[in-house]
Design a protein around this ligand. Structure first.
Ligand SMILES: *[C@@H]1O[C@H](CO)[C@@H](O)[C@H](O)[C@H]1NC(C)=O
Ligand SMILES: *[C@@H]1O[C@H](CO)[C@@H](O)[C@H](O)[C@H]1NC(C)=O
Ligand SMILES: *[C@@H]1O[C@H](CO)[C@@H](O)[C@H](O)[C@H]1NC(C)=O
Ligand SMILES: *[C@@H]1O[C@H](CO)[C@@H](O)[C@H](O)[C@H]1NC(C)=O
Ligand SMILES: *[C@@H]1O[C@H](CO)[C@@H](O)[C@H](O)[C@H]1NC(C)=O
Ligand SMILES: *[C@@H]1O[C@H](CO)[C@@H](O)[C@H](O)[C@H]1NC(C)=O
Ligand SMILES: *[C@@H]1O[C@H](CO)[C@@H](O)[C@H](O)[C@H]1NC(C)=O
Ligand SMILES: *[C@@H]1O[C@H](CO)[C@@H](O)[C@H](O)[C@H]1NC(C)=O
Length: 803
């Protein structure tokens, strides 16, 4: 009883307090001429979708007027008024209507931001309304009961900051000559205009991204009727309920997108990374739906002497012998200032040693400053050496490329990559890079000293790593699109000392945990502790950048000595096998749910196979690796932990993975594994979705009853399709859909991988965009059909040799 009345008393007190306040008495959606807004006051749109007020981003002590989502857990700002003019005391600053303008005044009552409309008496009744789509509108005639309709004088949608909301136009007004431009934040904690802008290209009907108001490095391509030609991702979005409009008439040209389902929360941003990202709020976080261009294609992203590596977390690092120019900016993901030398060059100082060159192989090289014809690398090196302005050279086949000054756009592509070249970077001969490597340090420096120098260097490196590690753990901050570094001790607490085991995957056990903010997570303890730091970082870096509605999201990591843990989002309904092969038949997965699960998995795989920066072959598709959220939306888990395969699909996996019963025949023949191996496993899984039992479940009298064989025969030769169905569904299914799934499954498990469809084809079929033709019975299934049970088991078991 007390518990129930208590909040009401508080509420009453609050109402009492505020009702005395002449400033802004309640969460209205309007700021009227006689009202002001300051401190923690906000205005809230009528449906509660958006809120406007003062905010300070991250750890910043600056305050800004902004609009953020009202109904999601993560404070996400979509618009900022005073981007360039922060205020330091939100309690004495005021947002108000003054002379028909919306205006922000700072502590000294001096205007720092305004809607900037010319002063006129006729606008005296203007007021600001926050609409439920996130648009802030300065309106005339609202509230007064005049016969004339409200007139919009100014809209935040027409003056965007870095976010492009559904329903907002980005374009060019041919009458006012005003362009809408999205400008990135300076860094994740400073909304001041950053380097990158997305804007319409007035000459062609396209959109471009520029850096620093000059260099254009990405273009959408011309409008092609329904989408922009350079953004194929838009076609997928089209199918998922996005609607794109491009209008060009005598008054204006603009582009706009809308989302048919109003419950979908999505926004597009010009990110500090220099990429345009379409983000989707799913579960409890923002997911990248698509982004353009690739990170390392953003010019000068890592600054002078910075090196971009893709995929990697973080993307930028410094060349050896260099350090971050500004540590704070670097920490906030603003890499543009780049790196500086640890030791100044000696060039020009006659008393000192000459500079030396450090060899850096496996690099993607930017445009050189000068090109010389020389006969040897030595000549090339002397040419660079002889001029103090020359900072690096590269030599091949008679060509000597020289770079002057700070080098931009270096990319590390890996030493095995054929496009990788070797660049020689000029460094001070005293640089630590050469210490311990060179033998010309003089006679005094003997082996013992050499060793201790190496030890010292290693200690310094370790200390630096330790410092960085501690810093990252202490700040424990989440930057959009990146991972949280957890302390082992924290994860121990979070999981109650690893007491609630959810399961054991191929790579280690998974435990349930609850973060202090009450987010439930799944913590995976990796068991292969012999894994190197490099491999761990590579894995985690890759997985961290992969975000898709149908892929389990990685939230964070922990690496302390031998302890390697990954923190994933927790999915309420566990893995698919628990629902599909359940003995308890009280809660059967309905057919429509199964169909959606099939489609969802296919979409997740399309993303892994085709949309990631590097193609990822999952290698272990099976019901245990498909997780289901509260709405039974499927998410593929455990990806990226297997080997990463280059886009040319040519490398053979050195370590084989996979589970018998789902393994494609090529795993046994030893040829190169391609994404088609996943297609095969997916096909086998489809059969299980239909039958509700494991393909490998064979009792003694089940001769010739290997379900995939049976299903293939019925599908191809005709027969009772619904008879194939899981008996617990009691025939309650769409026959057309069952038939489609069986046909797709048959195509997927063809022996010849070239006959199997790609996963994007599968998605098109399941979405009903293209029809599926009748498949041949796969040879492998024919063999099984004729086989005796012993042979059948042998066939299935023989795949274990691959493990
Ligand atoms: C605003 O204040 C002025 C003077 O205090 C008053 O004359 C006017 O009626 C007020 N307007 C509204 C809409 O309350
Ligand atoms: C208010 O803004 C003005 C102009 O930008 C500035 O000169 C003044 O210092 C600011 N006052 C405070 C207290 O920040
Ligand atoms: C506006 O005027 C109409 C008639 O002119 C009246 O019926 C209505 O109640 C008025 N609304 C308000 C909010 O005053
Ligand atoms: C594109 O338009 C700009 C003005 O917006 C103009 O300066 C430029 O010359 C045009 N370029 C071409 C190729 O037409
Ligand atoms: C941006 O351009 C301005 C002027 O063109 C230049 O001074 C500045 O250094 C540039 N900034 C960066 C980060 O490239
Ligand atoms: C897309 O939006 C345009 C403009 O709002 C509208 O005319 C069209 O009907 C929409 N298309 C779909 C498929 O919703
Ligand atoms: C352009 O603006 C004029 C004047 O406002 C209007 O009459 C005309 O219909 C507009 N044209 C289009 C295509 O909207
Ligand atoms: C080589 O590097 C380029 C640039 O990063 C990349 O696109 C390509 O896929 C790489 N090739 C291989 C075989 O790794």
């Amino acid at each position: 009883m007390i518990m129930r009345t208590f909040p009401k008393v508080i509420l009453a007190l609050i109402i009492l307090c505020f009702s005395n306040n002449k400033i802004l008495s309640h969460a209205a959606d309007t700021l009227s001429p006689n009202q002001t807004l300051s401190g923690d006051q906000t205005i809230v749109s009528s449906g509660g979708n958006f809120e406007l007020g003062f905010f300070s981003p991250g750890k910043s002590s600056n305050y800004y007027i902004g609009i953020w989502y009202g109904k999601i857990t993560e404070k996400t700002v979509i618009w900022v008024a005073n981007r360039e003019a922060p205020i330091s005391d939100k309690n004495s600053a005021q947002l108000k209507i003054s002379d028909g303008n919306l205006m922000l005044v700072n502590e000294s009552q001096i205007e720092v931001w305004s809607t900037g409309l010319g002063a006129t008496d006729s606008r005296s009744s203007a007021s600001a309304v926050l609409l439920d789509d996130g648009n802030l509108v300065l309106r005339q005639g609202l509230g007064s009961n005049s016969s004339s309709p409200a007139l919009n004088l100014w809209e935040s949608y027409n003056n965007p900051s870095h976010t492009w909301m559904p329903g907002a136009k980005i374009g060019y007004n041919k009458i006012t000559k005003k362009k809408q431009i999205l400008t990135s934040w300076k860094n994740s904690e400073d909304p001041a205009p950053g380097l990158f802008t997305l804007e319409p290209d007035l000459n062609k009907s396209q959109y471009v991204i520029r850096r620093n108001n000059s260099e254009q490095y990405w273009a959408s391509g011309a409008w092609a009727g329904v989408v922009f030609s350079g953004v194929p991702e838009m076609r997928t979005a089209l199918k998922n309920g996005y609607n794109f409009t491009y209008v060009d008439n005598e008054n204006e040209s603009y582009y706009m997108y809308t989302i048919r389902d109003p419950s979908i929360i999505s926004r597009q941003i010009m990110d500090v990374s220099g990429q345009v990202k379409q983000l989707l709020w799913v579960g409890n976080s923002w997911n990248v739906y698509w982004s353009v261009p690739k990170q390392c294609e953003v010019p000068a992203y890592c600054g002078e002497f910075g090196v971009c590596t893709e995929p990697s977390f973080p993307f930028c690092s410094c060349l050896r012998g260099f350090k971050h120019r500004f540590e704070d900016e670097w920490e906030l993901n603003d890499f543009s200032a780049g790196c500086v030398r640890e030791d100044a060059l000696e060039c020009g100082d006659a008393d000192r040693r000459k500079d030396e060159f450090m060899m850096s192989p496996g690099m993607g090289l930017p445009q050189y400053s000068r090109l010389l014809r020389v006969k040897s690398r030595g000549e090339c090196e002397s040419a660079c050496s002889s001029e103090c302005s020359c900072t690096a050279y590269a030599y091949d086949e008679g060509g000597c490329s020289l770079w002057d000054g700070g080098i931009l756009n270096l990319q590390w592509v890996g030493e095995g990559n054929s496009s990788g070249r070797t660049i020689y970077i000029r460094l001070s001969a005293y640089s630590s890079v050469f210490r311990g490597q060179k033998s010309d340090k003089g006679v005094i420096i003997g082996a013992a000293v050499g060793c201790s120098v190496v030890a010292l260097v290693m200690l310094t490196v370790l200390a630096e790593l330790w410092k960085r590690w501690r810093r990252s753990v202490e700040t424990n901050k989440v930057v959009e699109g990146s991972l949280v570094a957890f302390k082992y001790k924290d994860l121990q607490n979070v999981t109650k000392n690893f007491s609630d085991k959810l399961g054991g995957g191929g790579f280690g056990s998974v435990y349930r945990g609850t973060l202090p903010n009450s987010t439930v997570v799944a913590v995976k303890k990796l068991e292969s502790v012999n894994q190197g730091e490099k491999q761990f970082r590579a894995e985690v870096g890759t997985i961290g950048t992969i975000q898709h509605v149908n892929l389990v999201r990685l939230l964070g990591l922990c690496r302390e000595g031998e302890k390697q843990l990954l923190v994933y989002e927790y999915l309420q309904n566990g893995s698919l096998d628990l629902h599909l092969f359940k003995v308890d038949e009280s809660k059967v997965l309905e057919w429509s749910t199964r169909y959606q699960i099939a489609l969802g998995i296919a979409r997740g795989l399309v993303y892994l196979h085709e949309k990631c920066r590097d193609c990822i072959i999952h290698c272990d598709i099976k019901p245990e690796n498909i997780l289901l959220d509260a709405d039974f939306c499927p998410k593929v888990g455990d990806f990226g932990l297997a080997k990463l395969i280059g886009r040319d699909f040519s490398r053979v996996l050195t370590t084989m993975r996979g589970t018998r019963g789902y393994l494609a025949p090529e795993w046994l023949s030893g040829v190169a594994i391609t994404t088609k191996a996943d297609v095969y496993s997916y096909g086998m899984l489809l059969f299980e979705l239909v039958s509700g039992r494991r393909n490998t479940d064979l009792s003694a009298d089940d001769t010739a009853n290997f379900f995939p064989s049976l299903a293939a025969t019925v599908t191809v030769n005709g027969g009772d399709i619904l008879g194939l169905l899981d008996p617990s569904l009691e025939g309650d299914a769409d026959e057309e859909e069952v038939s489609t799934i069986c046909k797709v499954a048959c195509w997927c498990v063809q022996d010849d991988e070239h006959m199997r469809p790609s996963m994007s084809r599968v998605v098109q079929i399941l979405e009903g965009v293209v029809a599926v033709s009748s498949p041949p019975i796969p040879q492998g299934l024919k063999v099984l059909l004729a086989a005796r049970p012993e042979q059948l088991l042998f066939f299935i078991d023989s795949s274990t040799t691959a493990n």
